[in-house]
Write a protein that binds this ligand. Sequence first.
Ligand code: GCO
Length: 408
Amino acid sequence: MSNVFPEGFLWGTATAAHQVEGNNTHSDFWAMEHLPDTVFAEPSGDAIDHYHRYPEDMALLQELGFNSYRFSVEWARIEPEDGRFSTAALDHYRRMCEASLAHGLKPVLTYHHFTSPRWTVSQGGWNNMVIAEKFARYAGVVTQHLGDLTEAVCTINEVNIPRMAAMLWMADGAGDTFVQQAAQALHTTPEQFAPFMFAGSVQARDVIIAAHHQARAAIKAERPSLPVGLTIAMSDMQALPGGEAERDRMRWELQDVFLEAAREDDFVGVQTYTRERYGAEGGLGPEEGVATTQMGYEFWPQAIGATLRYASEVAGVPLMVTENGIGTTDDGRRLAYYQTALQSVADCLQDGLDVRGYFAWSAFDNFEWMLGYRPTFGLIAVDRATQQRTIKPSARWLSQVAKANRLV
Ligand code: GCO
């Protein structure tokens, strides 16, 4: 059992623009949050105003001893209308990258984290192959402006989540009235409605994979040496006796296809929260006696080790833990989660897996999509009335690990 992490290991936290910045008004999500029959618990609003407060926020992350920060640049701000790029928005993200570096945090940038400009939806969204070209064009522009300051790029966050949503959570549709209203607001039809999260078809899957490949080429054309990868949502998919075939079928659909698409990448970003069990009939809920989190997931921190091993086996490229964490109001549970999770990452390293970094989800309590602000994944609490930040004890523990580059 080793406790030491390799030299140069990236230690950081992760955020996503829409979840922290506030007022992402040109995005499809903003429009969807404000419909009369919205499926969002509440709108994102000012979020935690990271758009303006990033210097103070980065100072906190520096104080905690991290050496990297994974954040996303917002396509809807950078290209608010098709083909119209905002130099001001690009400059904003350049200032963020500069501030990040000045705080000793190497920027790992995500180019797409769930939200897209509104205009993409009116063009058929992620069902239409045209978006792959548009996304690649945007990726080229971003790289031209920020590539010299960037440590690594995650093209698309959780390439498999739309497919997962369609197969696991939204089998009954996301609410007909909502889709009708959203389609109308975003100038499309319910049949062609495909914002990223709602693009669960096989066709959309192929569009998303093509968008990643084309973006990778556009990034490499600007900066051949910049490491590029995608990220994938992975639970540890376990089979009970008799459930192997069903588990393998689902794992092929939800993980293998995407990991195979990453075989030419510089790394794959693994994002893990829990495990899922399969029996002959399909997915089983949480096992009796196993505690669950605010998300209803089983408390299963060792899942990260299992998913790293599986990702390595299928993709065969270096790995990065781009998200790992827990939604809980009990920070002691969070600490326990990180202790077990990091031990399982250390065990993977010991066994020779090439893991380059670990990013906790999340730096701050933030906007948890449809669930609003209720789930709290942050290492740092935020009082949204005052925007006051408070470092939690779990962050202090992770800080010691990051500073020592070993488990303490
Ligand atoms: C993700 C999401 C995050 C979520 C996190 C917690 O990439 O799944 O990136 O946006 O907030 O997973 O559910």
